[in-house]
Write a new protein. Sequence first.
Length: 465
Amino acid sequence: MACPKQHLRLPDEKRQICGTGQSQEVPVSRGQDRLDGQLQGIDIRLHREDTGRHGRGVPVDLGQGEAAGPGQGEPVDPGQGEAAGPGQGEAASPGQGEAGRFCPADYRLDPAVFAAKPQCRCDTLYVAGGLYGNRWAVDSLLRLIEGDPAKNARLAVNGDAHWFDTDPETFKAIEEKLSGAFLLAGNVEAELRRRGEVGAGCGCAYPAEVEPGIVDRSNRIHRKLKATYQGLPTLHPRFDERPFALLAQVGGVSVAVVHGDERMLAGWGCSHEALGQAVRQHELQEWMAAHNIGVLATSHTCAPAALGMSGVGEPPQASSTRPEEAEREASEKAEEEASKEAKEEASLPRQLSGEVPSRPFDVTEAIINNGAAGMPNFGLPGQGLVTRVSLTKHPQALYRAQLATTPPVFVEAVPLEYDQESFLAWFDKQWPRLSPASVSYRTRIADGTGKSPHEAIIKGFSLLV
Ligand SMILES: [Fe+2]
């Protein structure tokens, strides 16, 4: 189970954050003074100010002596004010931030999307964020959906469909293959289609803890990708149309699909580390209850996470103890809960298929981050991960939550096996040794992450493998 104090150092070559990065607009709540975490092998320690407004966006002090934030000087409050446009036009004054380190102001999501009627109603919805230009993963995804036990499954691609595909043929092929999907913009697409210059670089909004080399390589990858994009003007109208969010309905459940979090395109509020925080959990429960949303499906952080909860309870009490003690207490409580859940899992009878039945209790809210569809998330190379929300179960799901609805709706993480040999050969051709993408990503692509599916589960999901 996730532990917010977990610090796992990977070899230097693995110490990278996906090129889609994290927002400096980390949703932080009152009383949450520090978040320690780890993403893709990088220790993260975010210090932040408390504006005294519960659940609102807070300017984040990332330890560089200056407040980070979109607009550079006027922090965006994602929970207030009018939403900006979909990132197609001019945004904040350019050149005032470090490329790849901040969220442009127009990354704010329009909250009206979540109050509108669903744009998609179906019995099965796949959500695939972070295909990263891996066309073999795209092919596998389409085959997976075509072969789904539930017919007429729909697909939402929630951003960062492109990244490594700097050759125009692959870029175009991916667009063509995904033409039948609901296509959302990620920060990669938002910065590809941006006209003018705001200095956001890749749009990853890396926190200060991420070493500069990673950020620099990410910006260089995006510059090269943008040159490809600019050579394909016939595709531009398609990109301009791409929204930041989708509201779907599966059975009786509203499903919000975003790229980062519920407030910012490159928000980091749905990272594994953030979702492990009690205050953040309560904040999401409140937001989901207010919008009558049962499932929040996201991506962006490049590391999978799954959280199931049951109703809005009392808000976490402000602690009078020191932050270190509060952290220790929270960690011990999380470990205690994890141990309790593991015992409950072990006591469940196994079916002949080897599948562990759904937990004896249902959840009312599920937040699921598929990590990367086009790169490994766990120990196995050649295996991406996608989210599936459905009235039926998928036999290959790695973990699952069941929503307490009639009929029940299942939220699952399904592995996406792709042609690793072809992908790696193509990757090496596109990005030779010492190129920015090779330095940042090749080890992960070739060897996997070394993690296992159970590490993605925070609580409320059943491990099926
Ligand atoms: Fe992203």
